[in-house]
Design a binder for this molecule. Structure first.
Ligand code: SF4
Length: 506
């Protein structure tokens, strides 16, 4: 459901022959805007400047931070930050507040070039509290409440001493302490870059090496949209190091399994991306086709098939193909609206009314089959169902959801960390058996829909075409792929039992 869960950051790194790192980082980040709109930042390296590494970051989308609406400003920014190498980040806050100080990369200045570095991060440290407490005991003080500060301090610890250590050793030591999902990009004032993906490969990370030009980004579509048709996934548990003399990859952790987040295919990633060889577009279409095979409604001329824009569009096309009805545009998203300012009561209703247009000529008097990718909290679903009836004049609204019910929190970077916020938890008795027909009816009742059909886990796995054991499905089946995930889940269950209203990691 649009706006129900937020995207969870994107990272990029480039090493080029010429000084155009900021231009390329701008393009890469623009193509990953779907992963975070709260803040944007880059750090570039230029050996010919006294400010060897320099960071520009601010709250806002990529175009806002690069000032593209002001004549000539973007060129000046490119000039100021010109350099051969750099890293970049777009952020949505999964931890910490919406403050400019939390925009990434985090730069740590030091008189020694190899200790002067900048780092950006995508993911979530499941053992955040533990690491923070341990660092506090070693007299580190915390200005912010964010995972990136932990990573920065752990890196500083690894660089302690008089002599420049191997970066592979520094990162190896840091990653041995952390549990969770993490893609990291790092650059220091010697121009060394590290690009790293966690041992279970929760988040995607693609790269291309052509000669001595290296480009890496969270999503493959960022690479293909800059003209690079060939790319590889950085293997889980691997770090790539780039220096003046060398580009190499090192395995820093072995793991008996992988845990690619299923939500990347279902909702987060750009529809043009390919993750672990499985194209997001194809997966979403297959999800729609599988949903159609589960249809219980006897479809007639009175029914109309629509998508809840925009990530569920391929699923709606797949569904429509199987049921033999055209997909129509009954709900249109105002794509130019950006962040909204809404005053007074009924904020969420007003926001839906601003963001969407219900086409009465498509919906009026119809039994609407609305395909959506997920229901997390159910608040937006409720509003949209009502909107389709009130504004669109729909006679009935049947929700078809391409993701199975979300029954357990996420501690790996997705913004849903408690049981009580999840609508399906209130209706499903046994997570092991999944949702029953009766329980789906009860979800439909709460949302105000005439019916709800969810995807099944076997159909989801079949659509993604990655072995089940290599996927993270923890929010669907409660089986967490890391130890801290399971511990946090027990904590979340305890918080729920005691009616503690806070994010589980707080
Ligand atoms: S718990 Fe769910 S949302 Fe979180 S990483 Fe796993 S599959 Fe993705």
């Amino acid at each position: 459901m649009p706006g129900e869960v937020k995207d969870e950051c994107g990272v990029a790194a480039v090493s080029l022959k010429d000084d155009t790192a900021p231009q390329l980082l701008y393009k890469l980040l623009l193509n990953m805007q779907n992963r975070g709109q709260l803040s944007t930042g880059i750090t570039t390296y230029n050996a010919n400047k006294s400010q060897l590494i320099d960071t520009r970051k601010d709250l806002g989308t990529v175009n806002e931070v690069f000032r593209t609406s002001l004549n000539g400003r973007t060129e000046k920014i490119f000039e100021k930050y010109r350099g051969k190498r750099g890293i970049g980040h777009v952020r949505y806050a999964t931890s910490g507040t919406e403050s400019k100080a939390l925009a990434q990369p985090f730069e740590r200045h030091h008189g020694k070039t190899w200790k002067w570095f900048s780092v950006a991060f995508n993911g979530n440290l499941a053992n955040y509290r533990e690491l923070r407490d341990e660092l506090k005991k070693s007299q580190y003080c915390f200005v912010h409440d964010t995972d990136t500060e932990i990573i920065m301090y752990e890196l500083m610890r690894g660089m302690w001493g008089k002599h420049k250590p191997e970066l592979t050793d520094v990162f190896h030591s840091m990653t041995s302490k952390i549990d969770g999902a993490y893609n990291i990009v790092f650059i220091n004032a010697d121009g060394d870059i590290v690009v790293l993906r966690d041992p279970l490969g929760f988040r995607p990370l693609a790269y291309n090496i052509t000669g001595n030009r290296v480009i890496a980004a969270s999503e493959s579509t960022a690479l293909t949209n800059t003209g690079l048709l060939e790319f590889k996934d950085l293997k889980p548990g691997t770090m790539m190091t780039i220096s003046d003399s060398d580009v190499s990859t090192h395995k820093f952790a072995e793991s008996s399994r992988k845990a690619h987040c299923m939500f990347e295919w279902v909702y987060f990633s750009n529809v043009g991306s390919v993750i672990e060889g499985s194209p997001v577009y194809h997966v979403r279409r297959e999800l729609g086709k599988n949903l159609a095979k589960m249809e219980t409604e006897k479809l007639t001329d009175d029914h109309v098939v629509i998508s809840i824009p925009s990530s569920s569009e391929p699923a709606a096309s797949g569904y429509a193909q199987v049921v033999g009805k055209p997909k129509k545009e009954g709900l249109v998203r105002n794509r130019y609206i950006g962040r909204t300012f809404i005053e007074g009561e009924g904020k969420r209703e007003k926001e839906v009314a601003l963001k969407f247009t219900a086409l009465r000529e498509v919906l009026r008097g119809k039994k609407v089959i609305a395909i959506d990718d997920s229901i997390v909290r159910g608040n937006t679903s409720k509003l949209l169902v009502n909107f389709l009836r009130e504004r669109g004049g729909a006679k009935e609204v049947h929700l078809r959801i391409s993701c199975p019910p979300i029954l357990s929190p996420c501690f790996y970077g997705i913004d849903m960390s408690t049981f009580d916020e999840l609508i399906a938890v209130r209706h499903v008795k046994d997570i092991r058996t999944g949702i029953t027909e009766k329980e789906s009816e009860s979800v439909a009742k709460e949302i105000g829909a005439d019916s709800v059909i969810y995807q099944t886990i076997p159909n989801l796995v079949k659509s993604i075409e990655v072995p089940k054991g290599d996927l993270c499905l923890a929010c669907l089946n409660g089986e967490y792929p890391t130890m801290c995930g399971s511990t946090m889940c027990r904590q979340a269950a305890e918080n729920s039992r005691r009616q503690v209203k806070k994010r589980t990691c707080e």
